[in-house]
Design a protein around this ligand. Structure first.
Ligand code: NI
Length: 275
C-alpha cells in the first residue's frame, strides 16, 4: 500500500516549531469504522487484563471497580489486523517525514474515555513514563475513532513545550496504585491550544510536548488509538532521575508479575526431560 497522505513543508515546519500538529484525515471513513469495531471488541473482551496490558490509567484499577480511563498497551498484539491498515502506512510515512529515515514503529496503545464517566488525562509529558538512561526522538500520533471535541476530551497542547526538559511528575492524585502521571506544576493554561478533530483525523506530538485531554461529558465513548514512532535510542552520559516511576505499586504491575511467573512455571513444566 502506498501512503495517501503526506505533510506539506509548512506542516513540517509548524510541527518542529510548535511541538504538535493537527491533521484532518489520516485514513478513510470505511477504515475508521473497521478499526472502531476491533477497538470496542478488545475492550469488551478485556484482552491483556491478566498480563497487566489492560488497566485503568486514571484509577486504582481494582477488579470490581468500573475503570474511568481504560487503556490497552499493544492492542495490535491481540488484533493483528491493526497492523495491516492504510492508517499505519500513512502514519509511518508522516513519522518518517518528521523524524528521518531511521524512524521505526515503536508501539500502539488505546485509551478509552467511557461516556459520562471518562476521566481527564492530566497534564503530562510522555517521556516522563520512559527510561532514564536513553535519549531518543519520539512522537505519538493520536487518532480519534469518532469526532473528538471539547465535550468528550479532545487533545490540548502547550505549544513549544517540547523545548523544555522533562518536568517533575507524580502519579495522579499522589496515589501509588495509579499508573497515570501528572506534572507537579500545571503549565500556563492560557497558552493551551485545543485540537478538535473529525473521526480518523490525528494530532501528532513530540514526547516532551505537554498535553491534556478533558473528561468525557458526552453520551458516547471517546476512543483514541495511538501510534508511537521513534528513532534509534542513544545511551545518555548522565541518566535522568524519574523517581516518580519508582514510587508506583500498581495492580497492573502485580498482574504482570504474576503472569510472568506463571509463564516461567509453565515453561519449566513443559520442558522436555533431559537425558
Ligand atoms: Ni500522553
Amino acid at each position: 500500500m502506498e501512503p495517501t497522505v503526506l505533510l506539506t513543508p509548512e506542516q513540517i515546519d509548524f510541527y518542529h516549531r510548535e511541538g504538535y500538529l493537527s491533521v484532518p484525515a489520516l485514513t478513510t471513513t470505511e477504515e475508521v469504522a473497521r478499526l472502531r469495531a476491533i477497538y470496542d471488541d478488545l475492550f469488551r473482551r478485556r484482552v491483556g487484563r491478566e498480563e497487566g496490558n489492560q488497566f485503568d490509567l486514571g484509577g486504582t484499577d481494582e477488579e470490581n471497580k468500573e475503570p474511568v480511563l481504560p487503556q490497552i498497551l499493544g492492542p495490535s498484539r491481540y488484533a493483528p489486523a491493526l497492523n495491516d491498515t492504510l492508517l499505519r502506512v500513512n502514519a509511518l510515512a508522516i513519522a518518517t517525514q518528521l523524524l528521518g529515515p531511521t524512524t521505526k514503529f515503536s508501539g500502539d496503545h488505546a485509551i478509552l474515555k467511557p461516556a459520562k464517566i471518562g476521566a481527564a488525562t492530566p497534564w503530562h509529558q510522555d517521556e516522563a513514563y520512559w527510561g532514564e538512561d536513553v535519549d531518543h526522538e519520539a512522537i505519538s500520533i493520536w487518532i480519534p475513532l469518532q469526532p473528538a471535541t471539547m465535550l468528550n476530551g479532545c487533545m490540548q497542547f502547550i505549544p513549544r513545550s517540547q523545548l523544555l526538559e522533562v518536568q517533575p511528575h507524580h502519579t495522579i492524585g499522589h496515589d501509588p496504585r495509579v499508573h497515570g502521571l501528572e506534572m507537579d506544576q500545571l503549565p500556563d493554561l492560557a497558552q493551551a491550544v485545543a485540537c478538535p478533530l473529525p473521526a480518523g483525523g490525528a494530532t501528532i506530538h513530540h514526547a516532551r510536548t505537554m498535553h491534556y485531554t478533558g473528561p468525557n461529558k458526552s453520551d458516547v465513548p471517546r476512543r483514541a488509538y495511538i501510534l508511537t514512532y521513534s528513532t534509534e535510542a542513544r545511551q545518555r552520559a548522565t541518566p535522568r532521575n524519574h523517581y516518580w516511576n519508582r514510587t508506583k505499586d500498581t495492580p497492573r504491575e502485580q498482574r504482570a508479575r504474576q503472569a510472568r511467573q506463571a509463564a516461567a512455571k509453565a515453561a519449566g513444566v513443559a520442558a522436555p526431560p533431559t537425558t
